[in-house]
Design a protein around this ligand. Structure first.
Ligand code: ADE
Length: 378
C-alpha cells in the first residue's frame, strides 16, 4: 500500500519535515507571501484561480495599491474594479470580490470573517478558497485541494482514473487532511501547491529534484508521468461573431457597456455575452462576415435608421480561445460622419479605448482597428 494511504507516524514526521524544509529553501518570493493578512491572501487566491503566477503578479500589485483593504474595494465604482481586472479573464471573479467586500462591510463591520461558515457565505468563495484563507492567513488546520495538490497526492498514491470524479476527489481530500502538518498548516498547503507548480508538474515531473520522491508510489512504479490520467476533453465549439468598430471623422468610436445587475448572469450560450462582459464593440453572432451580417448588426440589432457608412472595411480576422470555445470575429471598421446614438454607449477615441475595462478579445479587435487606421494614414 502506498505510504500516503496509510502513513506510519515516524514516516509521516519525516515526510513533513522533508517537504517543509524544501519549501523553506526553495519557495518563490511572491508578493502575496510578504504578509499573512486575510484580505491580501483572499485577493491572491482568487486571482490565482485558473491563472498563472507570472500573469497574476502585476495585477495583484496594482489591485492592492488601489484597493488596500476591504473598505476601499467595497466603496469603489464597479468599473474601477473591472478596469484593474481587465485582461485577467473570468470577470465574475472581480464582481464577486466586490460583492463580497460589500457584504463584509454590511454584515461584519468591515472585519474580514474568520470562520468557515461566514467565509462560505460570501460570493465567489468555495472550499478551496476557505481552506487557503483559514490555513495561510489564520494558521488553522484546513487542507487545500486544488489541481496542483491533487496531482501531487495522486502520484503519491498512484491513483488511476479521472481525479475530478467526485469519489476520487473525496479520497484525495481525505489524504490531503491526513498529510497536513497540523502546526504549520499554511506553509504545508503552500508547499504542496508549490511542489505541484514547480517540480511535480503535469508533463516531465522532476522526480530527481523532489524532496519526497522516496514516498511516492507512482515514482516507485515508474508511472509518475502518466498520472493523472488524461481527462476526456470537451469538444471545442466554434463561435463566429461580427462586430462594428465605428469611427467618426475625429477618430472617436463607440463601446457598449457591460450588462448591469440581473442581466449579467446571462448564460454563456448567449453568444455575444462572450464579448459583452466588459465594455465592448457592438457585436452579433453570425456565421460569416458579410455585408448582410453587417447590415443585420447596424439596422436589425442597433436599430440605426440611416445606416449609410461613408465606408466599411473588414479588418483582419480576430481569433480567440475561451476554455472550450474558439471564437473568430469578423470586425468591420465602420467610418461614419457622426456616431449613432445608442443608449448607454460611450464615446472614446480608439487610442483611449484601451484604458476602459475591456476583455482581451475586445483588445484584439481594437488592435486590428488601430493597425488599419495607422496604415491608412501613411
Ligand atoms: N497557487 C494558488 N495559491 C498558491 C499559493 N498560495 N502558493 C503556491 N501556489 C499557489
Amino acid at each position: 500500500m502506498a505510504f500516503a494511504e496509510k502513513p506510519d507516524s515516524d514516516g509521516l514526521a519525516e515526510f513533513r519535515d522533508l517537504l517543509l524544509g524544501w519549501f523553506r529553501q526553495y519557495r518563490r518570493d511572491l508578493p502575496w507571501r510578504k504578509d499573512r493578512e486575510p484580505y491580501r491572501i483572499w485577493i491572491s487566491e482568487i486571482m490565482l484561480q485558473q491563472t498563472r503566477v507570472a500573469a497574476v503578479i502585476p495585477y495583484y500589485e496594482r489591485f492592492l495599491a488601489r484597493f488596500p483593504n476591504v473598505k476601499s474595494l467595497a466603496d469603489a465604482p464597479e468599473d474601477d474594479v473591472l478596469r484593474l481586472w481587465s485582461g485577467l479573464g473570468y470577470y465574475s471573479r472581480a464582481r464577486n470580490l466586490q460583492s463580497a467586500a460589500r457584504q463584509i462591510c454590511a454584515e461584519h463591520g468591515g472585519e474580514f470573517p474568520r470562520t468557515r461558515e461566514k467565509l462560505l457565505a460570501l460570493p465567489g468563495i468555495g472550499d478551496y478558497t476557505v481552506a487557503a484563507i483559514l490555513s495561510i492567513a489564520l494558521g488553522e488546520q484546513s487542507a487545500v485541494l486544488d489541481g496542483n495538490v491533487a496531482r501531487v497526492i495522486a502520484r503519491l498514491e498512484a491513483t488511476r482514473g479521472d481525479l475530478r470524479e467526485p469519489d476520487q476527489w473525496r479520497q484525495l481530500q481525505a489524504t490531503a487532511r491526513r498529510l497536513l502538518a497540523p502546526e504549520k498548516a499554511g506553509d504545508w498547503n503552500e508547499a504542496m501547491m508549490e511542489l505541484g507548480a514547480t517540480l511535480c508538474v503535469p508533463r516531465n515531473p522532476q522526480c530527481l529534484l523532489c524532496p519526497i520522491a522516496n514516498f511516492c508510489e507512482a515514482r516507485r512504479l515508474g508511472i509518475a508521468g502518466s498520472i493523472p490520467a488524461k481527462r476526456k476533453k470537451r469538444a471545442t465549439v466554434a463561435v463566429h461573431l461580427v462586430s462594428a468598430v465605428f469611427l467618426d471623422a475625429r477618430g472617436n468610436t463607440l463601446l457598449l457597456p457591460p450588462p448591469a445587475g440581473s442581466d449579467r448572469g446571462r448564460a454563456d450560450d448567449h453568444v455575444p455575452s462572450l464579448v459583452a462582459k466588459l465594455w465592448h464593440f457592438p457585436t452579433i453572432s453570425a456565421p460569416e462576415g458579410s455585408d448582410q451580417a453587417l447590415r443585420e448588426l447596424l439596422q436589425g440589432t442597433l436599430k440605426i435608421k440611416n445606416a449609410n457608412p461613408v465606408q466599411s472595411r473588414l479588418l483582419e480576422k480576430v481569433r480567440h480561445t475561451v476554455t472550450y470555445r474558439t471564437v473568430s470575429v469578423a470586425a468591420y471598421l465602420v467610418q461614419v460622419g457622426q456616431l449613432p446614438e445608442i443608449s448607454g454607449a460611450r464615446q472614446t477615441t480608439l487610442e483611449a479605448a484601451d484604458r476602459l475595462s475591456i476583455s482581451n478579445l475586445t483588445r484584439k479587435i481594437l488592435r486590428q482597428a488601430l493597425k488599419h487606421v495607422a496604415i491608412a494614414k501613411k
